[in-house]
Write a protein that binds this ligand. Structure first.
Ligand code: NAP
Ligand code: MG
Length: 401
């Protein structure tokens, strides 16, 4: 066949360890033979981030602003141990954090479902997409130990430094305690709301947003108010698309989500999203089956797998041992980016190829060929699961593609 042509490049962000190995194999086995792949390549592998003083991360994020679509391999976030392992000049910041700050986006995480892979929640038949507001609240809070006898106030000053209000938080006359002050910004909440409503419309799935505004009347009340205001701009489109939006209390949301059959977008405040995304990911089975996309308020998209660089498998690989690392989330990061590129450029053949690749991947698992992490989760009448190595799994997909 003639290779599928691309109009505009995708920003390609290479990464580290086992996922870097998978990255190269995915391209060679599943992409390059079929697509005249146009990418603008940035090597976000830790050695190159160190060599460029992390400039490469910033450049790749700016390129995403320019081209609109990026695909990212998992990368190491350095810690003390990595400093000596890679002889780093500095403990570079998390690349995902840097990219998120530049694009100011919302992260949506969605599980990939395959027939035979059973969720721990039997009613969940369709994906639950979780959107986490990644700014403020307890993640940017200041706290203090309050000694016995002290008083804590919430003080607000105007732009000239004049006190506007002073409210007692607590008088610690009966003993010591602890206080915390946190904040959020209207602009950030507003762009989070826009990102969620847009995602739901595009995916044609209903949406739930929840806070605890019965208790946190002013703070969570602002989230509720802003979401209602932003929704007014989308209501007609939601009706036309045949989907709904529900605002409710977080406890009610948890109950509804567990009882649901999935197929919805769950928008969460920062802390709720932190906790619930791990719950949802675990309940669907394997980290290797969870994708993630960063969507900026001005419609730029960065696709990646939700898991890390799978260090343990990489060390085995370095010793010459065979690995069985799940590449599904990384493949779906590519297909997500290719589909979006095709949609933006008006090149349906590219989007169609991405769909085919997704179907071939799911069919491979359904028919019993999979990586080791999925074997214990697989139950399908008449099919005995066979464990494939990292590379064999990609070749099994290729044979179906
Ligand atoms: P991880 O790479 O997600 O791996 C944790 C464990 O989960 C693995 O040891 C493996 O379990 C299992 N696992 C994850 N992905 C898998 C896959 N695709 N196939 C099969 N099993 C998979 O998390 P980590 O070990 O905590 O972190 C490793 C590095 O990744 C760190 O340097 C961290 O900074 C980085 N990280 C990057 C990102 C990102 O770029 N988005 C996200 C998270 C972490 P078994 O060992 O039991 O097989
Ligand atoms: Mg968490």
């Amino acid at each position: 066949m003639a290779k599928i042509q691309m109009k505009t490049p995708i920003v390609e962000m290479d990464g580290d360890e086992m996922t870097r190995i998978l990255w190269k194999d995915i391209k060679e086995i599943l992409l390059l033979p079929y697509i005249d792949l146009k990418t603008e390549y940035y090597d976000l592998g830790l050695p190159n981030r160190d060599a460029t003083g992390d400039a490469v991360t910033v450049e790749s994020a700016l390129a995403t602003k320019k081209y609109g679509v990026a695909v990212k391999c998992a990368t190491i976030t350095p810690n003390v141990q990595r400093m000596s392992e890679y002889h780093l000049h500095e403990m570079w910041k998390s690349p995902n954090g840097t990219i998120r700050r530049i694009l100011d986006g919302t992260v949506f995480r969605a599980p990939i479902l395959a027939e035979g892979i059973r969720s721990y929640v039997p009613t969940w038949k369709k994906p639950i997409v979780l959107a986490r507001h990644a700014y403020g609240d307890v993640y940017a809070a200041v706290d203090e130990i309050a000694p016995a006898g002290s008083k804590a106030y919430l003080v607000l000053e105007d732009e000239k430094g004049k006190e506007v209000s002073r409210r007692l938080v607590h008088d610690f006359q009966d003993g010591a305690g602890v206080v915390q002050g946190m904040h959020n910004c209207e602009g950030s909440i507003r762009s989070f709301a826009h990102a969620c409503f847009r995602y739901a419309l595009e995916a044609r799935i209903p949406m739930i947003f929840a806070t605890k505004d019965t208790i946190s009347k002013v703070y969570d009340g602002e989230f509720k108010r802003i979401f209602a205001e932003v929704y007014a701009e989308y209501e007609a489109q939601f009706e036309r698309a045949g989907i709904w939006y529900l605002y409710t209390l977080i406890d009610d949301a948890v109950a509804r989500v567990v009882r649901s059959e999935g197929g919805l977008l769950w928008a969460c405040k920062n802390y709720d999203g932190d906790v619930m995304s791990d719950m949802v990911a675990t309940a669907y089975g394997s980290l290797g089956m969870m994708t993630s996309v960063l969507v900026s308020p001005d419609g730029k998209y960065e696709y990646e797998a939700a898991h890390g660089t799978v260090t343990r498998h990489y060390y085995k690989h370095l010793k010459g041992e065979e690995t069985s690392t799940n590449s599904v989330a990384t493949i779906f990061a590519w297909t997500g980016a290719l589909k979006k590129r095709g949609e933006m450029d008006g090149t349906p053949a590219l989007s169609a190829f991405a769909e085919q690749l997704e179907r071939a991947t799911i069919r491979t698992i359904k028919e019993g060929e999979m990586t080791g992490d999925l074997i214990p989760l697989f139950h399908r009448e008449g099919v005995t699961p066979k464990k494939r190595s990292s590379k064999e799994f990609l070749l099994a997909i290729q044979s179906r593609l």
